[in-house]
Design a protein around this ligand. Structure first.
Ligand SMILES: CC(C)(COP(=O)(O)OP(=O)(O)OC[C@H]1O[C@@H](n2cnc3c(N)ncnc32)[C@H](O)[C@@H]1OP(=O)(O)O)[C@@H](O)C(=O)NCCC(=O)NCCS
Length: 165
């Protein structure tokens, strides 16, 4: 019997499903041409998450010397908060560190959900990229996952209130 959640390599024929999830996930989604061009690059790769053999999430990454860049990640809205994003990123973390590389992702300052998500996966902010997307005036954070990094516990709400006093 197939397992309910399976992580596998992304294939070109997954693109219609990927595009549907992408458009439901981002205000400025990647186009089919963006995905196509990325997947054709020899140093880029994609992972897919299937739930009961139906695509429910994906990520794209690129090898860059001693780094792996996580370029894109999304889970279908109806499948969120079920650990699918964690499984995809967990798989990438394992593969990256096994290859001796470091894993980085650039994340917009307004994407609070993803900031909480990446923190829960053990990523740390290592830089601020000013005006990263030309014209939007939005900054981005450079997040990195280092070998052996574990998710830090969240600050309890009463500690934040004490800090603000
Ligand atoms: C970010 C995203 C990929 C997370 O996928 P997911 O499958 O829902 O994530 P998980 O279920 O593995 O969540 C793991 C942990 O992350 C945190 N988290 C995830 N979504 C959260 C939310 N909406 N609010 C608060 N915390 C959240 C929680 O700590 C969660 O653990 P918990 O459910 O036990 O509390 C998904 O929300 C998404 O596709 N967002 C739109 C696209 C996007 O912003 N991509 C990232 C930029 S590249």
């Amino acid at each position: 019997m197939p397992s309910p959640l399976e992580i596998r390599w992304l294939r070109r024929r997954d693109l219609p499903g990927v595009l549907a999830i992408e458009r439901a996930s981002f205000a400025a989604p990647w186009s089919e041409a963006d995905f196509d061009a990325t997947l054709r690059r020899p140093y880029c790769f994609g992972l897919a998450a299937d739930r009961w053999q139906s695509l429910c999430g994906y990520l794209l990454g690129a090898l860059d010397g001693k780094y792996v860049h996580l370029l894109n990640l999304a889970v279908a809205p109806t499948h969120r908060r079920r650990g699918i994003g964690s499984r995809l990123v967990g798989e990438l973390i394992e593969r990256t560190h096994c290859s001796g590389r470091r894993l980085v992702v650039v994340l917009g300052e307004r994407n609070l959900t993803a900031q909480v998500f990446y923190r829960a996966q053990g990523f740390r902010a290592v830089g601020i990229l000013r005006d990263f997307w030309n014209g939007t005036r939005d900054d981005a954070y450079l997040l990195e996952h280092r070998p052996g990094e574990r998710a830090a516990p969240f600050l309890p709400a009463n500690r934040i209130v004490a800090y603000l006093r």
